[in-house]
Design a binder for this molecule. Sequence first.
Ligand SMILES: [Zn+2]
Length: 256
Amino acid sequence: MTVAGGDVLAPGPVLSKVQVNSDDPHLIEALELDCIEARSGTNPALARRGFGTRHPPIGGVFAVQSGSIGDGDMAMTANFQVLRSAVITASDATKWKKALLEWDVTSVEEHPTSDGECVCGQTGLLWMYTITNEVNGAELFPIGSSCVNHFGRTELNRRVDVFRKLVLVRDTVNDGNTVEMTTEFFSRAVLEFLYEEGVFTPDAFNHGDGWDDCEFLLKMFGKRDKSTINSKQRYKMRMLLESKVIPFVLADKRLG
Ligand SMILES: [Zn+2]
């Protein structure tokens, strides 16, 4: 790891950029967590830059507060402190950085009047998530998406987006409207999630391999110019949506 420091993203504390050349996921994760703690602090420049919402792939440049690695307490908001102690209390691990690894986002509910209150005390939630401790089975509800973001784990933020899109798929179908293979309803993460959930069952059309279906939909989804999708592909896409994706989404209890 090489540190080239001194860049000031003022106003706020002095920041340095840390170039990480490593394929050690634990190191990367630890650095990401420190980025999140920096983000939860007082520097609006960091928040605007979206640290904590999009992570670079393994290796990359992270902005951290000088001297803050392992000690983000000064920069912590009151809401985050409440969340942190609720999470630690319900975890097997006793330290935040270990405890946060025990949790997963497991369901979402839409508040009918956008008036949900997060475990941390934040009010006005429309989307209320349940997080579940994979080690001891404990659940925390309701959790807002900004608190999920405090975990600093890409896969949790991704799951939040996946659930939101699938709720939209379900509501659109229930309203009698058509779901298209667009970014409004889908993402690569959504399609991969559906695959992992076993939505693409093996059949004669995919030669007994559900990944075939998923790969096809990823390809159609990735086409910028949807007019290049031919009628045969359109038919196959419609069939997969109607026979596999939509029935799964309508039956999925995790979507509230
Ligand atoms: Zn919260």
